[in-house]
Write a protein that binds this ligand. Structure first.
Ligand code: FAD
Length: 432
C-alpha cells in the first residue's frame, strides 16, 4: 500500500462515513499515523439519498472527497480499498489492494440493507443505501413512466405507475412524500399524454405506526401529511414476497407493481474475522464496551452503525443514525489519545439531540427533548440541520440553491436517466 514506516503508532480506520470522519478529525493533530480505508473515495450524506432518487438533487452535492477532508492533516493517508478480512491474531487486514498491519484498528463500516433472509426481495427489490443505488432507483422511476407511455395495456400501465415502499421509517416516509410531490407537481407537466392521476404510492409498514422511533404525535402527523399528499399507508402489513411483478403480504392485500423499494431494515456491516456469532449483537453489530472497544480485543474498536454498545439506556445499542456515529467517533478519538498516554478512558455517553423527518414541502416533524413540533417551522428546522451537517461549503451552497429553486419553481430538475437501469419489462406483457 506504500504507507511509510513511522515511529508513531498506526491507527487504521475502515470507513469514511459519519463515524470515521469524525474520528479522523479528532485525531488530526495527534502523534499517530492514520490510514483511512474506504471502498469509495467519497463520504456519502445518506440522509439526502432519497432526494437523489427523486431528482431533487444531483448526486455530487451529497458526496464529498475523503482526500479533501484529510488534506491538511499530517501523517494521514487514504487508500481506496475494500477491506475483506481482519486477522486479529496478526494485527493484519486483508484488502483487495493487499495486506497491511495495524497497531490499532477501528471498524467504522456502517451498515448494509437487511433483507432478513428474503432472497427474492433482495433480487427484485430496489434499495437506497448508496449513491449508485439511488441513481438506479431514479432511472427506474423515470423509465417506468417512459414505458407506461408506450403501452396500450391499461393493466401493465397501472403496474408501471404503482410504487410500493416497504418500511415506514424516515427513509420510507421521506421517499413516499417525495414521490407524491412528483406525482402532483411534475408528472402532469412532463407526461401530459399519460393519466398520471393513476399513479399509486403505497407505504407498507409492519407495525401499527410509521416513524415508530419518534413520538406518537409525530407519527400521527406524518401519516396525516402523507395521506394529504395521496400516499396510501398500510399499517400492520408485512410484505412477504416480490417476484418483480407481484408483492404479496401476510393478508389478502397484494400489489402489482414494477417498483418495490425495500427500506425495511439495515444490519451492521461486520467484516470476516470479526463476525463470529459470539462477537455480534442483534442486527449484526459488533459487541463493544462503553469505550467502543471490541469485546476480547484490546486494540480493536468499532463506532457508528456497526458498533453494538449495549448500555442500560440502550439495551439494543444506540440508534443507527448519524448523531450517535459522529459522537462515538469523537469520543473514541479522545480515548485513543488517552490510551497512548496511559490515561483512564472516558465512557461514551450519547447526547440525544432529537430526531426529525420531512414529508414534503412545508411538511416535517421534529421531536426535540423539550419540544415537539410539526409543519412549516419543522420543515425549516429540518432543512437548516441537514445543510449544517453536510460536508463542504460548495455542497451546502449547491443544495441550498437547489432547494430554493425547487421551492419557488415547484420543480426537480435532476430527473435524468443518465445511467439506464436495466429492467426486464417482459413479465408485465404476459397476461396474469
Ligand atoms: C437512505 C438513508 C437515510 C438516512 N436518513 C437519516 C437521517 O435522516 N438522520 C440520521 O441521523 N440518520 C439517517 N440515516 C442513517 C445514517 O446515515 C447512518 O446512521 C450513518 O451513516 C452511520 O454512520 P457510519 O459512519 O457508522 O456509517 P456510514 O456513514 O455508512 O459509513 C460507512 C463507510 O464505510 C465504508 N465501508 C463499508 N464497508 C467497507 C469495507 N469492507 N471496506 C472499505 N470500506 C467500507 C463505506 O463505503 C462507507 O463510506 C439514513 C440512512 C440511509 C441509508
Amino acid at each position: 500500500m506504500n504507507i511509510p514506516k513511522s515511529n508513531f503508532p498506526r491507527i487504521i480506520i475502515i470507513g469514511g462515513g459519519f463515524a470515521g470522519i469524525s474520528l479522523a478529525k479528532e485525531l488530526s493533530k495527534k502523534e499517530v499515523q492514520v490510514l483511512l480505508l474506504d471502498k469509495n473515495n467519497y463520504h456519502t450524506f445518506q440522509p439526502l439519498l432519497y432526494q437523489v432518487s427523486t431528482g431533487g438533487l444531483e448526486p455530487d452535492s451529497i458526496a464529498y472527497p475523503i482526500r479533501k477532508v484529510l488534506k491538511d492533516y499530517p501523517n494521514f493517508f487514504f487508500r481506496l480499498a475494500n477491506v475483506e478480512e481482519v486477522i486479529p491474531e496478526k494485527n493484519e487486514l486483508i484488502t483487495n489492494i493487499g495486506a497491511i498491519n495495524y497497531d490499532y484498528l477501528v471498524m467504522a463500516t456502517g451498515s448494509e440493507t437487511n433483507f432478513f433472509g428474503n432472497k427474492e426481495i433482495e433480487k427484485n427489490g430496489m434499495v437506497m443505501k448508496s449513491i449508485p443505488e439511488s441513481l438506479n432507483l431514479r432511472s427506474l422511476i423515470l423509465e417506468n413512466f417512459e414505458q407506461a407511455l408506450l403501452t396500450d395495456d391499461l393493466h401493465m400501465r397501472d403496474a408501471l405507475m404503482n410504487f410500493v415502499i416497504v418500511g415506514g421509517g424516515p427513509t420510507g416516509v421521506e421517499l413516499a412524500g417525495a414521490l407524491a410531490e412528483i406525482k402532483k407537481g411534475i408528472l402532469p407537466k412532463d407526461y401530459p399524454d399519460l393519466d398520471t392521476r393513476r399513479v399509486q404510492i403505497n407505504l407498507v409498514q409492519s407495525g401499527d405506526r410509521i416513524l415508530k422511533e419518534m413520538s406518537e404525535k409525530a407519527s400521527k402527523k406524518a401519516e396525516d401529511f402523507l395521506e394529504e399528499l395521496g400516499v396510501q399507508v398500510w399499517k400492520n402489513t408485512r410484505v412477504k414476497s416480490y417476484d418483480g411483478k407481484l408483492a404479496t403480504t401476510q393478508t389478502e392485500l397484494s400489489f402489482e407493481a414494477a417498483t418495490l423499494v425495500w427500506a425495511a431494515g439495515v444490519k451492521g456491516a461486520a467484516i470476516k474475522g470479526l463476525d463470529a456469532e459470539e462477537l455480534l449483537i442483534r442486527g449484526n453489530r459488533i459487541k463493544v464496551n462503553e469505550f467502543s472497544q471490541v469485546i476480547g480485543h484490546e486494540n480493536i474498536f468499532a463506532v457508528g452503525d456497526v458498533a453494538g454498545m449495549e448500555l442500560p439506556d440502550y439495551p439494543c445499542g444506540h440508534p443507527m443514525m448519524a448523531q450517535p456515529a459522529m459522537q462515538q467517533g469523537k469520543n473514541l478519538g479522545k480515548n485513543l489519545t488517552y490510551l497512548l498516554e496511559n490515561k483512564p478512558l472516558k465512557p461514551f455517553v450519547y447526547k440525544d439531540k432529537g430526531s426529525m423527518a420531512t414529508i414534503g414541502r412545508n411538511k416535517a416533524v421534529v421531536d426535540l427533548d423539550a419540544y415537539k413540533f410539526q409543519g412549516i417551522f419543522a420543515w425549516f428546522v429540518w432543512m437548516f440541520v441537514h445543510l449544517f451537517f453536510l460536508i463542504g461549503f460548495r455542497n451546502r451552497m449547491v443544495v441550498f440553491i437547489n432547494w430554493v429553486y425547487n421551492y419557488v419553481r415547484f420543480d426537480r430538475e435532476a430527473r435524468l436517466i443518465i445511467r439506464p437501469y436495466k429492467r426486464d419489462y417482459t413479465m408485465f406483457k404476459e397476461k396474469s
